[in-house]
Write a protein that binds this ligand. Structure first.
Ligand code: SF4
Length: 108
């Protein structure tokens, strides 16, 4: 059975390609965010954005606004976690593909 980390990794690759956005030149940023999304998916059943503070994570998951891809990303391609960067962002790489081994490497 695929793990949440694997699922979020696949989601990130597909979503970057679909939205024509790119991962950060610092791949540890990408890895940490994907790992955070996977952790929330495991704990709360949805990939709540890992880069924000919440008083009540369960409530936030129900509200869905910050479930990835969040509303700002869907509406305006704004990802404050720097997971999905538009081409003109100075931190954008040319990469839209990341695999689970690379993430595990970065996290360790
Ligand atoms: Fe996902 Fe939005 Fe968080 Fe970016 S800012 S990781 S798109 S939830």
């Amino acid at each position: 059975m695929p793990t949440s980390l694997d699922a979020m990794c696949r989601f990130s690759t597909t979503y970057a390609q679909r939205t024509n956005t790119f991962f950060c030149i610092d791949s540890s940023v990408t890895a940490v965010v994907i790992e955070g999304l996977a952790r929330h998916k495991d704990t709360y059943g949805a990939p709540l954005c890992p880069c924000r503070h919440y008083d009540d994570k369960k409530l936030e998951v129900e509200n869905a606004y910050w479930n990835c891809p969040c509303v700002p990303m869907r509406e305006r391609k704004e990802c404050h976690c720097m997971l999905f960067l538009t081409e003109d962002n100075e931190f954008a790489s040319q990469n839209q593909d990341i695999n689970i081994e690379a993430i595990v490497d970065q996290i360790n």
